[in-house]
Write a protein that binds this ligand. Structure first.
Ligand code: GLN
Length: 539
């Protein structure tokens, strides 16, 4: 079949969940046997979100091919169980950079370089990049931002042109918000009407409207919206708040979103999506009665998106362990020897988060010392693993000034040090050790048991590494380096086998954990936390 392009735009307000709607549609189409990918176009000028701090943009997601990407790509992967790549996330910055590079090379043969056609052509080229591989039947393109933003105008113009060029092979889904005015006790459709007008103003007629709402929108009101907005009545769909994002594919299917998309793109509508594994997950999620309580020690605890992939991986792992997840955020800056007992003793397991820089680091050491001494299931990820190593060096190896050279370049015991290839790099953007690398696990180690194999590949995002000069001393004292990269011998996994579950990974296993393929280390960590919780209860 010819590749079909589905554009997803948003209006009225931001944070409506375009990423979840796109992911849910992709999940349904995939369950119908189609090959689907989702890409996001972000209107900001940064080349990628790698240089944005989490206060600006939440978590920075990393693709297998080492692209620092928008966190929506995490949803795409969790919902479709299909890896994304650099081509799945494009920013205004990337588009302009490419056009300007071409201009400098002389590719435009002396022409004046303009937003239309040069920027819009570059956008169109990027929209079709994944479709042109021949690997996908559907390419869903989410346009970041809100209709009416100055920044998104060139993207919408590109969408307008593509819809015209692609005819039936393209359609537009517009997501809006239907607010409920408490004083009047009424849902209001006017913002949706205005938003669609704005879209029509730039030449785009939406084919499907998805209305985000906190209250059920009556059928009559949906018909009215259909009439005012030139959309078929059955193509006005509501997306009402549900307890879990993983239920959204079902609420979309109940309103035939997948069938409408097939019909509008000229595809036969046959049978039902095969959602068995998804439904098994949802059933487990709904039937879980007992709770597992995990603490996440980090410095961005007030931001719900800063550790998005870790939260979702833990939620998936808790669900597969037949538990509800109670996730407690522990602010690493506020954790001290005086309050650690009170804050950590109610927990069944502790995760020490990734991060950069000095802020909050001492609290991570306090947590790790306490967890190690109390034998609590503990999982350190990236900076969390590095902190495990430093804490062990200080308190077990007797090296009180041990540190990472990221925190103290003059430390006499640089147990974590800058990677050799990083030493000559001064640019911050896209220069870390990024993306998937192989890791060989020691047979019989916790990590190897969790994965059920000794060869794994996981994604990285770091500049500093375990200093192999200290390896023998750590191993003699009980912290084993059980995972390493076969080529560079960089240490990827450490663990203390004498403890219940004390594992640190230099890589980020949270990026590859999906609903249908949950991360083995998360499953095993939560399993250990559940066992530890039950053991304490029975005492
Ligand atoms: N700051 C550390 C490094 O660069 C850890 C990075 C991280 O946790 N992602 O190596």
């Amino acid at each position: 079949m010819e590749t079909k392009y589905i554009f997803v735009t948003g209006g009225v307000v931001s944070s409506l969940g375009k990423g979840i709607i796109s992911s849910s549609l992709a999940c349904l189409l995939k369950a119908r046997g189609y090959r689907v990918t989702i890409q996001k176009f972000d209107p900001y000028i940064n080349i990628d979100p790698g240089t944005l701090n989490p206060y600006e943009h939440g978590e920075c997601y990393v693709t297998v091919d080492g692209h620092e990407a928008d966190l929506d790509l995490g949803h795409y992967e969790r919902f479709t169980n299909t890896p994304t790549t650099r081509a799945n996330n494009v920013t205004t910055g990337r588009i302009y950079q490419s056009v300007i590079n071409k201009e400098r090379r002389g590719d435009y043969l002396g022409k004046t370089v303009q937003i239309i056609p040069h920027i819009t052509d570059e956008i169109k080229h990027n929209v079709k990049l994944l479709g042109n591989t021949g690997n996908f039947d559907f390419v869903i393109t989410e346009i970041g931002g809100t209709v009416g933003d100055i920044e998104s105008t060139p993207f919408l113009e590109a969408v307008r042109q593509l819809r015209w060029e692609l005819g039936r092979n393209a359609l537009c889904i517009h997501l809006t918000y239907v607010p409920y005015i408490h004083a009047a006790k009424e849902l209001k459709t006017k913002p949706t009407q205005h938003s669609v007008k704005q879209l029509q103003h730039v030449g785009i007629q939406p084919d499907i409207l998805v209305l985000r709402t906190e209250h059920d929108i009556p059928a009559g009101m949906r018909r009215k919206i259909a009439q005012f907005c030139n959309v078929a009545p059955d193509a006005v769909i509501q997306s009402i708040d549900v307890p879990s994002i993983y239920e959204v594919p079902l609420t979309m299917h109940a309103q035939h979103l997948d069938e409408i998309v097939l019909r509008l793109t000229g595809e036969p509508v046959k049978g039902e999506p095969q959602m068995d594994r998804w439904l098994t997950f949802l059933n487990k999620m709904k039937s879980a009665e007992k709770t597992v309580t995990i603490g996440l020690v980090g410095k961005y605890v007030e931001l719900q998106d800063a550790y998005k992939s870790i939260n979702e991986s833990l939620f998936q792992a808790a669900t597969y362990n037949d538990r509800k997840l109670s996730l407690r955020y522990i602010h690493s800056e506020k954790l001290t020897d005086d309050n650690v007992d009170e804050l950590l003793s109610p927990l069944d397991g502790v995760i020490v988060a990734p991060g950069f820089g000095q802020r909050g680091i001492e609290g991570k050491f306090v947590a790790l010392k306490w967890c190690r001494e109390h034998d609590v299931p503990t999982f350190g990820i990236c900076l969390g693993m590095q902190c495990m190593v430093i804490e062990f060096a200080r308190n077990v190896l007797g090296l009180p000034e041990a540190n990472s050279t990221e925190m103290n370049p003059a430390t006499p015991d640089n147990v974590i040090d800058l990677m050799e290839e990083q030493k000559s790099i001064s640019n911050l953007g896209g220069t870390m050790r990024l993306g998937a690398y192989d890791c060989e696990l020691r047979p019989g180690s916790r990590a190897a048991q969790a994965y059920g194999t000794t060869h794994v590949s996981e994604r990285h995002r770091h500049r500093f590494e375990f200093n192999n000069d200290y390896r023998a001393r750590f191993e003699e004292a009980g912290m084993q380096c059980v995972g390493e990269n076969p080529k560079s011998h960089l240490v990827e996994v450490v663990e203390i086998p004498a403890l219940r579950w004390f594992v640190g990974t230099q890589y980020h296993p949270e990026y590859s954990s999906t609903v249908e393929n949950p991360g083995p280390l998360f499953l095993d960590f939560v399993k250990a936390a559940v066992a530890y919780g039950e053991e304490r209860q029975s005492k």
